[in-house]
Each structure stands twice: as C-alpha cells, then as structure tokens.
Design a protein. Structure first.
Lengths: 447, 348
C-alpha cells in the first residue's frame, strides 16, 4: 500500500500532504511512492530520524533554513539518467550535467547539515570523485560542457574555431567525434559510482521530506506517538487538523477529545452534529499518519500497528459502478468482514452503517454486524444512531448538549443507550418550528 | 568607403533603439504575422547588444500549433549567437546546436521537444530556439535567468492565439509588422496601429491589481466598495452571461479572453456603463476596433494587469508572395499613426 493509493481517503490525508512544504517535485513523487510501514523497527527508525529533524528545525535560524530549502529546491528527478548510467549507455551533455549538478548539490547539503550535526541522520554518500571526474578544472560550479582540458586535440580545434568562424561547421564535426569519445570515457568512469549517485539522490529527497514533516509538526503542534504493543490505541486531546483549521478561520475553536480503543469493538453513539464522524475521520487519519511516519494531531498518542486500515464512511455512492449508497456501503462492510477472517491486524472504522435503509432492518443489520465482528480479533470503531445491544463492545457517547452548546467529549457508558437529541439539535439550527413542534407531539403519542 | 557610410548609418539608427532596450531587464520581440521580419529583428538586436555591459539570455516561446516546425525540425530559423550569450532552448534543439556551449541549468519545464535547458555560448555559432511553452514556464525561465545574474532576457515571441505563453510578461517589447500582415498600406497601418493601441492600454489601479493578480481563472467583478465577487457564468464566450445584481459594479475582470460578444453585452447593459474591464494583458483581447470604439463611447474602458513598454515597431515591406510596399512611405505613415519610431531593418 503506497501513500498515493490512500491520499484521497475521505479522512483528510490530502490536507496533511498539501500542507507539507516540500521543495522538489522529486521529493513529492518519492513520498507518494513510499510504502505504508507495518514493522515496528521501521516505524521506530523513521520517528528517530524525524525527532532529530524536529530538534534541528527548532534550533536553526530562519535564514539558515531558507538556505537549506533553496538548495533542496534544486534537486531534480534524474532517475532516468541514473538508469542509463547503470546500463552504461553513454550519457549526453545534459545527463552529465545532471549528475554533476546532483554531486555538487549533495556536497553542499552535507556541508550545511554538518554545521548542525545532523548529517548522520540521513546519510548522503560523498560524491567527491564524481565531482572530480566532471569538473576537471576544479571550478566547483554546477555547469557542464565537454571541457577543453579533457583532450588536447579538442582544445586545439576550439582555438581554431574562434580564429576561423567560417570553418566552424567542419571543425564542429571533427570536434563532435572527439567529444563522443570523451563522453564514453566519462560514462565508464562514473559507472563505478552509480550506487552512490542513486543513494545521494534518494537521501536528498528524504531530507526534504523530513524537514517538511518536522516543520509541519512544529507548526501544527503534532506529537510523536509511542508504539503500543498490546493492540490498543490511546489518544489524548485528539484533533483533526483540517477541521481545526476551518474552525479557526471561522473564528471558532476545535474541542479536542480523548479516545482509546482495543482489539474489540468500540461503539460510539451520540447526538447529530456531535462530531462522531470527525472522530472516525481523525482516527483513520492518525493511523495513516503513524504508518507513514508523520506527526500525530494529539497531545499524546500510543498507537498499535495495523496491516490494513478500512474506513467506511457510508455516504459514498458509486455512480461508475452503478451502485446506490446502500449497495456501496454493503460492499465496503462486506470487505471488512472478509478481511477480518484473515489472520491480519485490521483497523475498521465504520460510520453509521445501514443508515440509509428502514430502521427496523437497519437495526438488525447493525446488531448482527457487531455480533459477527465481535468474535474476530480486530479493532473496530463504529458509530450508530440505532438502539442496539452492545454485548462485549466498549461503549462511548458524545456528551452532547450541555448548557445550550455542544460538548464533543466522549464519555464511557455502560450500555448502548441512544441519546434522543435530534429534535433539540434541529431546534438549535432554527429549523421550522411547526415541523419540529409536530414531531415532538408525535413522540409524545408513541411514548 | 561605401561600407563605412552604410556602417555609420546603421550605427546611427541602431544606437537609440539598442540603448532603449538596455533600460529594461526583459524584452520580447513579437511579429504580427509570420514573415513580418521578427527573426530579422531578433538577429539585428542580438548582433548589436553591448555584451561587455550586459549579460544577455535569449529564448523563444514554443508554439504548440506550429507543427511543421516541429516535424521538420529545421524549418525554424537558426539564430546566430555571439560568444558569451546565454540561451534557453529545448533538449532536442540543444543536441543540434552548432556552437560550443556550457550548460548552466536544466529546468523541469517540459515541451514537446523535451525539457528547456539554459546554456552559455563559448564560441559564436548557430542554435535553434524553442523555449517554454506556457506563460508560467516563461516567467520561471525569466526568474531563473536572474538567478544566474543575467541582466537582460530576450524572448522571441509570437502573437498568436495558438501560443500559450504570453510575451506580455516582459518589461519591454518590439513589434514586427509588414506586408505579410496586409499588402494594402493604409489597412496595414490601421491594423498595426490598433495592435499598438492595445499594447499601450494602461495598467489598472494598485488596488485592483492586488485583488485581481492572483486570480488564474474565471470571471470576477468588484463593487464600488472594493469587494471582489465571482461571476456565475463559466466563460466569457458564453452567450448566457448575465449581470445579475451587479448594479454597483465598478470593475469586471476576465482571466480568459475578451471577445466582441462580451464587450457588446457589457455595453448594452445600462448599469454597466462606465465600467472598467480588466484583462491579464493585451494578448487576451480579441475584439474588433469598431466594438472597442463603441464600448469606449458609452464610457467604458479597458485596463490590463500587465503591460510591456513598446520600444519600437519594425516593418518588413515585402510580402511572402513578393509584393513590395514603399518602405519609406510605410515608415512615415506608421510613425504618424502610432507616434513611435518605426524601422525597416532589412533596408539598412
């Protein structure tokens, strides 16, 4: 599972990626191609590196950061050139330029990072020999042509060219043959450094990504998670960065929530507009951020590693597949059940299943789903408005209306009691009083 | 002796023209039509710029529509560069260069002929130019040239609906016109003068500029309180454009093209009389002189976000079919019509 496969997940991952200030298109492509980490060692290592970059970002002057970012902007995707070099097909001037440019750039970046002792966090191989090969005059600037000093004869031809412009075309043809020989020779010499060149290219992308992630952590006040080994995840003061951002823009505040879940079902009930869906989105987002090595939007987090993250938000119609919202939802949940039968670590987040059908059958479907998934060793967080028997599920409820305003915090409740606050919420929205009033009398009658 | 006289005449003619260019950090040379002598003008400028005083880079705006050039690849004229000049061209054309040059940059800018590379000529020689094919790419190339301490960027431009890159991003401009545009002299003068009028359209107010410059697409309007609103229609070409609730409109901005039908609609709407119509630059204006006059008559005016200083107009009196206009008469008439120096470069 690569990052690019999940970037459009409705949990808001794209917002986090768009907020990353990456300097080169190559770094962005490299990031999108990274695989989701599922081993503890990988995740620990990646956070160790990120921790060093956070310290680095916090300690440096803005002008130093700008110098580094400016250098990283110069990184180009030269993987095709590296591939050609690996196959020993003679590089042309543009490709040789690219290699030299990379070599000089990586040396400069190493020098900058060394000043702050962070050059070891992501190691860039030294390309001094590559520079020597492509900079025979020792100019140390990132420009390139087939230099006169590569060949005495070439030098003579060029002197003649300048003297006799009228013979330039013939002289150029003569020189072209010599230049081709030089290019073959240079390609041979560079070939033994191809691994280092490739490693340097990737290291520069990783540095770009790490600096961007570190800056995002500082700016958005994200935290480093610890890795949970007992299969349970626990978040303190969890927030959704995109929703928080939108609220701040509207002059409002995001109320963070605390939540934990283990490898059995957790059921969230609560009023409409109580933030249940946002909780599910945030949990999904955090799981991805964790396994792609980003900061976590919470003040503290302990997260269990999963092999698969399944987010069923329910209201996705699939027009291309010709499925109604109900059918699309059933298919998605079906995939969760199938996956739960395999021996993998799964986190499933299901938002109000069967909400679009009649409440009688809907309740039966949800009740049965909970029973089916309760027997599986998986993490499940599900929201519902239906009145169902929770069984072994861990039950949470949105606190709801509290002194006239919504309290989004989650409280533990014993059973699956479903709060009846829809009418209050509707009233607070200023919905037509005749409608709401009649609904209240309907309710009275059924009691 | 005769050579010396010609040389002196050339210098006398060239000096003001070339010196004017040196006041700006970018110049585009645009032709009103093919064969109006744009390339001659570029060659003329390149041959005379004092390289000891200014470092110069030259590129061409790639035109996606000009397939013949790209298929035959040699049809496009080769430009002679002097030692020390910088140039931006595509990878394909760089490989066909007929000079010794040093690469200084390979951009991410892709064209149908590969990426745009920038290099410095180490000997004099010939090169095919084909640069960035979008306005954004051109701007980036110009910014990069400054990064390499180049004083003057010259763009071999095109005034064509097919060109995606606008030459109006340059600070200054030279316009090439000629018999290829029209073999009827008074028509040629009239049509050229109209384009000159468009190039000389003024820049909108600072306040509008701040509001409108970031808008990449769509149609917008500003009310009398200076508040920006988006218009509902999809394009300015749409016949369905309605101006609902725009009675307090002071400015309309079109990110795309301005065409006759839109101008007419604005003119016929009573609440929009005396409105200021803003477009990005003059290359976005595709209206007839007649519609423009009518629009201005009811009190409307057109403004741009970006304007180039027109330095001079050059003429090529010879049409591709071989018809030749009287060069002197043409220069005189045009000078009178546009109040700017006009040169026949081939004659000199």
């Amino acid at each position: 599972m690569q990052l690019k496969n999940v970037i459009e997940s409705p949990c808001g991952l794209r917002f986090m990626l768009d907020g990353l200030d990456l300097q080169s298109g190559f770094a962005r492509r490299w990031l999108l191609d990274t695989e989701m980490m599922t081993s503890e060692i990988e995740i620990v290592d990646s956070y160790d590196v990120l921790r060093k970059f956070v310290d680095f970002v916090r300690s440096i002057e803005p002008s130093f950061l700008n110098t580094l970012l400016f250098k990283l902007q110069g990184v180009k995707d030269i993987r095709t050139t590296v591939k050609n070099l690996r196959q020993q097909s003679t590089l042309d001037d543009i490709e040789l330029f690219e290699v030299k440019h990379l070599a000089i750039l990586s040396t400069e970046v190493v020098k900058l990072l060394k000043e702050h002792n962070i050059d070891k966090a992501i190691k860039i191989p030294m390309l001094d020999e590559v520079i020597t090969i492509l900079d025979p005059d020792g100019m140390k600037i990132a420009t390139f042509y087939i230099y006169d000093s590569y060949c005495e004869q070439l030098k003579d031809l060029r002197i003649q060219m300048r003297k006799n412009p009228s013979q330039q075309d013939e002289l150029l043809i003569e020189a072209a043959e010599i230049e081709d020989g030089v290019r073959r020779d240079l390609t041979q010499k560079l070939h033994s450094h191809v691994d280092d060149i490739e490693r340097a290219l990737i290291a520069l992308a990783k540095i770009d990504i790490s600096v961007a992630k570190a800056r995002q952590m500082v700016e958005q006040e994200l935290c480093f998670p610890s890795i949970s080994n007992d299969g349970s995840s626990c978040y303190t003061a969890l927030f959704h960065p995109q929703v928080k951002d939108a609220l701040i823009r509207a002059g409002k505040k995001f109320q963070p929530v605390n939540i934990s879940f283990a490898y059995w079902p957790t059921l969230i009930t609560g009023a409409n507009m109580g933030g249940k869906t946002v909780v599910l989105k945030t949990l999904t987002l955090c799981q991805y951020l964790f396994q792609f090595g980003f900061g976590i939007p919470a003040s503290e987090a302990s997260i269990a590693i999963k092999d698969e993250i399944m987010f069923c938000i329910g209201d996705e119609q699939s027009i291309e597949r010709g499925l109604s919202s109900f059918a699309a939802e059933m298919k998605n949940i079906d995939a969760v059940i199938k996956a739960s039968r395999e021996n993998r670590r799964i986190l499933a987040l299901i938002d109000e299943p069967a909400r679009t059908t009649n409440p009688t059958e809907g309740t039966a479907l949800v009740q049965a789903l909970l029973k089916v998934l309760s027997t599986k060793h998986m993490s499940l967080v599900m929201t519902t408005h239906y009145d169902i028997e929770p069984g072994t599920a861990h039950c949470l409820r949105v606190k709801g209306f509290d002194n006239g305003s919504m309290n989004y915090s989650l409280v533990e409740v014993a059973g699956g009691e479903v709060p009846q606050e829809a009418l209050n919420v509707a009233q607070s929205l200023g919905i037509d009083p005749e409608w709401i009033g009649l609904a209240r009398s309907e309710l009275e009658m059924t009691k | 002796m005769r050579t010396i006289t010609i040389l002196r005449q050339t210098i006398m003619l060239a000096v003001p023209f070339i010196n004017d260019i040196l006041n700006y950090d970018s110049l585009s040379i645009v032709g009103l039509q093919k064969n109006t002598g744009k390339t001659e003008c570029l060659k003329y400028v390149l041959a005379r710029l004092p390289l000891e005083r200014k470092s110069v880079a030259v590129t061409s705006i790639g035109i996606d529509g000009e397939t013949t050039d790209q298929v035959t690849r040699t049809q496009k004229p080769e430009i002679v560069l002097r030692e020390g000049m910088y140039f931006g061209t595509s990878e394909a054309h760089y490989r066909q260069r007929r000079l010794v040059s040093e690469l200084i940059d390979v951009s991410d800018e892709n064209t149908s002929l590969g990426r745009v590379v920038t290099a410095r000529a180490l000997t004099q020689g010939k090169i095919l130019l084909s640069g960035p094919s979008s306005t954004l790419g051109l701007k980036r190339w110009m910014r990069d040239t400054r990064r390499h301490n180049i004083d003057l960027a010259i763009i071999d431009g095109a005034l064509s609906r097919l060109s995606l890159a606008s030459p109006a991003v340059s600070q200054s401009m030279i316009l090439a016109t000629g018999a290829a545009y029209s073999i009827n002299m008074s028509q040629l003068v009239q049509r050229t003068a109209f384009v000159v009028d468009l190039i000389n359209i003024g820049v909108t107010s600072e306040r509008n500029l701040a509001l409108l410059a970031p808008l990449e697409s769509g149609m917008w309007w500003i009310d009398t309180d200076g508040v920006l609103h988006e218009m509902e229609a999809v394009t300015s070409l749409a016949q369905q454009v309605e101006f609902h609730g725009m009675d307090r409109c002071s400015t309309i901005y079109l990110a795309g093209a301005l065409v006759d039908s839109f101008l007419e609609k604005v003119r016929k709407n009573k609440q929009l009389r005396q409105v200021e119509l803003v477009v990005r630059d003059f290359t976005k204006i595709f209206v007839t002189p007649q519609q423009l006059r009518l629009f201005e008559k009811v009190g409307g005016r057109i403004r741009v976000l970006q304007k180039s200083k027109l330095i001079a107009v050059t003429v090529n009196p010879t049409s591709p079919s071989g018809y030749v206009l009287d060069s002197e008469a043409l220069c005189d008439k045009l000078t009178q019509a546009i109040n700017l120096p006009v040169y026949d470069l081939l004659k000199n």
